[in-house]
Design a protein around this ligand. Structure first.
Ligand code: ATP
Ligand code: MG
Length: 324
C-alpha cells in the first residue's frame, strides 16, 4: 500500500477576477521511504499540491473542489489535524512565515516535542539541541536562545528542517527548501536532505522548479504544468528518455544537460497560460513544437509508457492509466 495517494485532486481559488483552477484532477502516489520530486515552473501548482495535503489552503479563497487524499490507505483530511507536525510535516517555501518571529528557536522546537510527544522539559531541551546539531548548526546550545531574525537564511532553513523532523514524521514535504538561498548554501541544504534520505525512514516530497536539484535527490519525479501532471517517471527514465515535449524542453534548458554546450541555453518559447482562462485541450499545446489538431480539442489521458505515465497525444495507442 502506498504511504500517500492523491486521486483526481482539483483545487480552485475564488478570486475577484473569477475562479482559478490551480489543480486540475491530479493523481499520484508516494511509496514508503521514497523521495518524490515535484517540478514545474512558477504557478504550476506545486505549493497548492503541498498545501492541499496539509489541509492548509488559504481560506476562504482556496478550496478542494474534487478528489481524495489517502494516507496509509485512509482518508487523510479527516484526521490531518492530529497528524500535522507529527506524522506529516512541512518545510515551507518562505521559512519566515512558519517560524514564530517572537519566540526563541529553542522554545519553538521544545513546544513541538512537548505537544506531540508528551516530553518533559529537560528531555525536550536535549532532543532539540540534538536536532539542531544533526542539521549542522554550530553551537546549538547557544542557538536555542536566539530568535529567528538572528539566524542567517541558511541557518533558519536548517532550524526549519530540524523542527519538521523532530517527531520523526512518516512524510516530510519540503517546498523549495533551497530556492531562496545562495548557491553554496543550497548545496549544503541539499546534502542535509540526502543524509535524511539515507539515515531515516521518512518519505519525502521535494518540490523545486529546478530539475537539476531534483535529479540529485528524488527517486521519482512529477512534472507539473498549469495545474496538471504531464509526466511521472523515475529520475533515471526521465533523464534517459524524457517523454513529454515539456519535459524535453525542461531538460534542454539545464546547462549541464544541454547537448549544445557553448550555445545560448534553450528556453521553451511562449509563456505559462493564465489559469483563469486555460487553453482548451492539452494545456501545453500553445507552446508545444509537436502540436496537432487533437491537441487543442481534447485533453489527453495519462498513457502508460514503460514504468512512466505521460499525458500527451503523441503516445496515443499506449495503454491508458485509470486514475479514479
Ligand atoms: N492564495 C491564492 N489566491 C489566489 N490564487 C492563488 C493563491 N495561491 C496560489 N494561487 C494561484 O494558483 C496557481 C498555483 O500556484 P502555486 O503557488 O501552487 O504555484 P507554484 O508551482 O508553487 O509556484 P512557485 O514556483 O512560484 O512557488 C497560480 O496560478 C497562483 O497564482
Ligand atoms: Mg510554490
Amino acid at each position: 500500500m502506498p504511504l500517500l495517494e492523491v486521486k483526481n485532486l482539483t483545487v480552485e481559488f475564488h478570486i475577484p477576477e473569477g475562479v482559478l483552477k490551480a489543480l486540475d484532477g491530479i493523481s499520484f502516489m508516494l511509496n514508503e521511504g521514497e523521495v518524490l520530486g515535484i517540478v514545474g515552473e512558477s504557478g504550476s501548482g506545486k505549493s497548492t499540491t503541498a498545501l492541499s495535503i496539509m489541509n492548509l489552503l488559504p481560506a476562504p479563497s482556496g478550496r478542494i473542489k474534487e478528489g481524495e487524499i489517502f494516507f496509509k490507505g485512509e482518508p487523510l483530511l479527516e484526521k490531518i489535524d492530529e497528524l500535522r507536525g507529527k506524522d506529516i510535516s512541512m518545510v515551507f517555501q518562505n521559512p519566515l512565515n512558519s517560524l514564530n518571529p517572537s519566540l526563541k528557536i529553542g522554545q519553538q522546537l521544545m513546544e513541538v516535542l512537548q505537544e506531540h510527544m508528551d516530553m518533559s522539559e529537560e528531555k525536550a531541551w536535549n532532543e532539540s539541541i540534538e536536532a539542531l546539531r544533526m542539521m549542522g548548526i554550530p553551537d546549538p546550545e547557544t542557538m536555542m536562545n536566539r530568535y529567528p531574525f538572528e539566524f542567517s537564511g541558511g541557518m533558519r532553513q536548517r532550524a526549519m528542517i530540524a523542527m519538521a523532523m523532530l517527531c520523526r514524521p512518516k512524510l516530510l514535504i519540503a517546498d523549495e527548501p533551497t530556492t531562496a538561498l545562495d548557491v553554496t548554501i543550497q548545496a549544503q541544504i541539499l546534502r542535509i536532505f540526502k543524509r535524511l534520505k539515507k539515515a531515516t525512514q521518512t518519505s519525502i516530497i521535494f518540490i523545486s522548479h529546478d530539475l537539476s536539484v531534483i535529479a540529485q535527490i528524488a527517486d521519482r519525479v512529477l512534472i507539473m504544468y498549469a495545474g496538471k501532471i504531464l509526466e511521472i517517471s523515475s529520475v533515471r527514465d526521465l533523464f534517459k528518455r524524457p517523454l513529454h515535449p515539456y519535459t524535453q524542453g525542461l531538460l534542454k534548458s539545464i546547462p549541464s544537460f544541454s547537448k549544445e554546450k557553448g550555445k545560448k541555453l534553450y528556453s521553451i518559447p511562449g509563456n505559462v497560460p493564465n489559469l483563469l482562462n486555460p487553453p482548451s485541450g492539452c494545456v501545453f499545446h500553445p507552446r508545444c513544437p509537436y502540436t496537432k489538431e487533437i491537441c487543442n480539442l481534447e485533453t489527453p489521458p495519462n498513457f502508460k509508457v514503460g514504468n512512466s505515465t505521460v499525458s500527451c497525444w503523441l503516445f496515443k495507442g499506449a495503454d491508458v492509466v485509470e486514475t479514479t
